[in-house]
Design a protein around this ligand. Structure first.
Ligand SMILES: Nc1ncnc2c1ncn2[C@@H]1O[C@H](COP(=O)(O)OP(=O)(O)O)[C@@H](O)[C@H]1O
Ligand SMILES: Cc1ncc(COP(=O)(O)OP(=O)(O)O)c(N)n1
Length: 263
């Protein structure tokens, strides 16, 4: 059995964060574990409350996981504060996992800050250099680079700049552009354009979480990085095509679509 760890926030509505990550790991046949950074009161309509876990408790959760169940891959999502980022960075340096996927979550679709603005520099300086791949959406790539991103060439330029921050590789996600859903992967040497048809749905809650945890699941299974990104793209496309019209707002991705289609 392969093991994957998510270090992220809890979404009470089950569509994003830890809950989306664990469902994604399970759908890949990977045993999921969690280090919870923050508890959000959230549903398909948005976030109504956030309470962070203490940095000390984040460190203890990492200790508990790494000193017994050492993960084959790690995904990092909502990290909220500078103190939590420091605790995660210290844990990563102490335990040394190599396959680390960083989804630099900043603001929810509804506009709530999931990363405190004053923690942006800590994310850049402490977590990006420890990651194998960073997966910003367009707004996150703009915040990391100071660029305005509107075209695939802008996405490639942003990817170059993010490699300049110390990332080993990057996927700039084009989910918020128009036209095909184009993601740009760059490993510092070569660009890959990974495209799918755009699914016409409002139910896209948790897309970034699902995509990054699918990359981590595939890395845990032993696929190389570019193959893991391609397989994650197939997974997220299916999860959006079959997304769930539940709740009264933006519904979540569906992790049971392969199972549903087979049964
Ligand atoms: N409507 C859509 N149709 C197909 N793919 C999409 C759609 N929206 C997002 N994606 C894909 O989902 C993944 C997550 O992207 P995105 O939604 O931009 O992330 P985030 O949730 O971090 O904002 C990317 O692979 C992106 O291309
Ligand atoms: C607890 C928590 N973590 C991350 C997110 C962001 O999720 P994401 O997949 O980027 O999607 P949306 O918020 O944009 O739906 C979150 N909302 N909650």
């Amino acid at each position: 059995m392969k093991l994957a760890l998510t270090i992220a926030g809890s979404d009470s509505g089950g569509g994003a964060g830890i809950q989306a990550d664990i469902k994604t790991f399970s759908a890949h046949g990977v045993f999921g574990m969690s280090v919870i950074t923050s508890v959000t009161a959230q549903n398909t309509r948005g976030v109504i409350g956030i309470e962070d876990i203490s940095p000390e408790m984040v460190s203890l959760q990492m200790q508990a996981v790494f000193e017994d169940l050492y993960p084959d891959a790690v995904k990092i999502g909502m990290v909220s504060s500078g103190g939590i980022i420091g605790a995660i960075a210290d844990g990563l340096k102490k335990y040394g996992p190599r396959k680390v996927v960083l989804d630099p979550v900043m603001i929810s679709k509804g506009g709530s800050y999931l990363l405190k603005p004053e923690a942006m520099n800590a994310l850049k300086d402490k977590l990006i250099p420890l990651s194998l791949v960073v997966t910003p959406n367009l707004m996150e790539a703009e915040a990391l680079t100071g660029m305005v991103i509107k075209t695939p060439e802008d996405m490639r330029e942003a990817a170059r700049k993010i490699i300049g921050l110390g990332a080993k590789s990057v996927v700039v996600k084009g989910g918020h552009l128009t036209g095909d859903a184009l993601d740009v992967f760059y490993d510092g040497h070569k660009f890959y354009e990974i495209t799918s048809e755009r699914v016409n749905t409002r139910n896209t809650h948790g897309t970034g979480c699902t995509f990054s945890s699918a990359i981590a699941a595939n890395l845990a299974l032993g696929y190389d990085l570019i193959e893991s990104v391609k397989r994650a793209k197939d997974y997220i496309t299916g999860a959006i095509k079959n997304s769930l019209d539940i709740g009264h707002g933006v519904g979540p991705t569906n992790h049971f679509w392969r199972w549903d289609n087979e049964n």
